[in-house]
Design a protein around this ligand. Structure first.
Ligand code: ADP
Ligand code: MG
Length: 289
């Protein structure tokens, strides 16, 4: 593994992504226990909030079951992660500029084979991912649940944002994924952060968060931070139907304001030592190799 990490650093140097620069990419994995709780909308609109702060942001759609980042943005990608993984295209060829100032790496619906890649394909995939070190922020929409792919991306990230809604089933499943993260992943630097989506009031968000945080602390001995809430807002669905992010479609709306709060809260968090894409890739390699 040490050899592989060294090999990767060498590759990255050759690609003019110096390790120092690469370190500055902050990797956020957006996950949930239950599907349909708002991961994709948070990924995209958080990316836009970061872009509005002047950051270079890439959203990677790693939900290989229900890839739909491009659908919510209303763009039709020619190539996606499938072509990258199969070595038909490079990262540079599949990465897509959008009119919103963010770039996306489109996912491959129904393609859940990352775990079954050959060693050669896996090394190539990780090498191509190093191309993303050009971003300040890499947001990974991981999909729901606890497949190996999801866990690998979470394990390798700087922060995992777990999304839930106030629905009891979503809360139980959020606890479920936190439990699996806590037992399966030994990334001590991983920042576990909870976002409560679709709340009716700030106090509802706080109540839900406190419940999850208390149980996680009590039964799993893991620290989960409450990152914030997003109001239930009809503008979200309306924007999805228009295939335009709500931060653009309704910038002063309730959901947009909440996402902007979340991005500024994330920015005020101090960066940890040794974070970023280099560590991300090393960890990803460690889990997948
Ligand atoms: N804050 C919100 N207010 C109202 N509806 C929401 C909100 N967040 C998500 N939704 C609804 O939930 C649907 C699923 O959201 P999505 O981001 O695709 O979830 P996931 O990626 O977790 O499956 C959206 O299409 C929208 O209709
Ligand atoms: Mg989604």
């Amino acid at each position: 593994m040490a050899d592989q990490a060294e090999q990767l650093r060498e590759l990255m140097r050759k690609k003019n992504n110096s390790v120092d620069n690469a370190k500055k990419t902050r990797v956020l994995a957006i996950s949930s226990g239950k599907g349909g709780v708002g991961k994709t909308n948070l990924s995209i609109n958080l990316a836009l909030a970061y872009a509005q702060m002047g950051k270079k942001v890439i959203v990677m759609d790693a939900d290989l079951g229900l890839a739909n980042v491009n659908v919510v943005l209303g763009v039709i990608p020619k190539y996606n992660l499938y072509h990258l993984i199969r070595k038909q295209k490079t990262m540079r060829e599949i990465i897509l500029n959008t009119s919103y100032g963010i770039q996306i790496v489109a996912g491959a619906s129904g393609f859940s084979q990352i775990a079954n890649l050959t060693e050669d394909e896996r090394n190539n995939f990780i090498f191509e991912l190093s191309e993303l070190a050009m971003a300040d922020i890499l947001i990974i929409d991981t999909g729901a649940g606890v497949s190996n792919n999801v866990l690998s991306f979470i394990a390798a990230a700087d922060d995992a944002l777990i999304v839930t809604t106030p629905e009891p089933t979503a809360i139980t499943d959020a606890y479920g994924i936190i439990k699996i993260i806590a037992t399966e992943i030994d990334n001590l630097n991983l920042g576990l952060k909870l976002v409560v989506n679709r709340v009716k009031s700030a106090s509802e968000g706080k109540k839900v968060a406190q419940r999850v945080i208390n149980i996680a602390g009590q039964f799993l001995n893991v620290k989960v931070d409450y990152l914030g809430f997003i109001y239930d807002d009809p503008a979200v669905q309306a924007s999805v139907i228009k295939q335009k992010p709500f931060l653009i479609n309704d910038p002063k709306g309730k959901a947009s304001i909440c996402v902007k709060h979340i991005s500024s809260r994330l920015e005020h968090v101090e960066y940890k030592e040794g974070s970023g894409i280099t560590r991300f890739l090393r960890r990803l390699m460690g889990r997948m190799g």
